[in-house]
Design a protein around this ligand. Sequence first.
Ligand code: M6R
Length: 371
Amino acid sequence: MKGNYEHYMQKEIHEQPDSLTTTMRGRLTSGEGGKPKGVVLGGLKEHVDTIRRSRRIIFIGCGTSYHAALASRQIIEQLSGVPVTMELASDLLDRQCPIFREDTAVFVSQSGETADTLLALEYAKKRGALCVGVTNTVGSAIARGTHCGVHINAGAEIGVASTKAYTSQIAVMTMIALALGQDSISNREMREAIIDDLLRLPEKVREVLKLDEAMRELARELVNEQSLLVFGRGYNYATALEAALKVKEVALMHSEGILAGEMKHGPLALVDETMPIIVLATRDAIQQKQQSVIQQLLARKGRLIIVCTEGDSVKMCPSGKAKVIEVPHIADCLQTVVNIVPLQLLSYHLTVLRGFNVDQPRNLAKSVTTE
Ligand code: M6R
C-alpha cells in the first residue's frame, strides 16, 4: 500500500498533486466549450442561497481541520460578504457558544467521526442552524448528520498526521467561496483568476515537492533543536499553526505558530541567534508587512528561515543573513496550500532523523472519538 514510500505520511505528502486533482474533478468549469467559468458543488447547490443570507458562517473543527478552515476564512468572507467566525469544537462546547437559526455552521473533519466536532454538530442542529459538512469520509457520522455538504475526495489518509486532507479541505472551501460569490458581478474577475489558479494548483504542488531534498537538508540542521517558531500572517497564519502542529505531533519537537502581527506583544522576547524561526513571506497583499517583520527579527540577530516566492530572495533578505526557501507563486488564497508542502516535508524528515514513529505518533490516534 505504501508503494515505493517508507511511510504513509511520506506517500500522502507526495500524493497531493493527485489528491487535489481528484478533489476538483467535475466541480470546476474552465470556460472552455462555451460554458462560463464556474464551480458546481452538487451537495450544496440547493443551499447556496440560504448560506448567502446567513447572519454569519461559523467554522467548527479540531486540529488540522480547524487550520484548513482558518486558511479559507478570508476568501469566504471576501466572496460571500458574510462574516465568518472560527470555533474549535471543544471550546464552542465548553463555552456553550450562542448559535442561532440564521447561522450557517460548517463542520470540517477529515474522518467525519471526531467526537468534539460531532457533539458541536448536535449542539448547532438543536439551535436551528443550517449545518454543512466538509469531510473526507463518505457515510461518516458528520457526513450523515449535516443538512448538506461537500466531500473532499482526497482518498484514504492513513498517517495520523493529516497532510493531503488539509490541502484538499482548503481546495473545497475555496470552491465553496466561489459558489457563494457566483452571482456577484464585482467579484467576477477575481473569481475567474482563482478558478484558473485552482486548475494550476496540482502542478504548483508538484513543483514545490521538488524541495524534498532541500527540506531533508534543513531537517539535518534542525534535528537537535528544542524548539522551532513559525511566523505567518493573513492566509499564512493558518500555515504557521499547521506547520507547528505537524512538527510537534510527529517530530515531537516543541513548535509554535505565531501571528506575525502579534510579534511585539510577547514572542519577540524569544528571539536570539540560536532560536530557529521560519517566516512565511510569500508574495501577497501583506508581503510588505512581513518584509518589515524580517528586518526586525534580523536586527535582533534572529536565526531565520524565510519561505518566499521564487525570485524574491534578495528582496526579502538583502543582507543574505537568512536561509531562504523559494516556492512557486499562486493566488493569495491558495498560497497556503503551496507553502505548507515544504513544511510537511520538513516535519517528516525531522521525525525520521529523530528516530520517532512517523505514522503512529506517541499518544495519538487517527480519529479522536472521545471527548
Ligand atoms: O478527523 P478530523 O479532521 O476531525 O480530526 C481532527 C484532528 O484530530 C486532526 O486534524 C489532528 O489534529 C491531526 N492528527 C493533525 O495532523
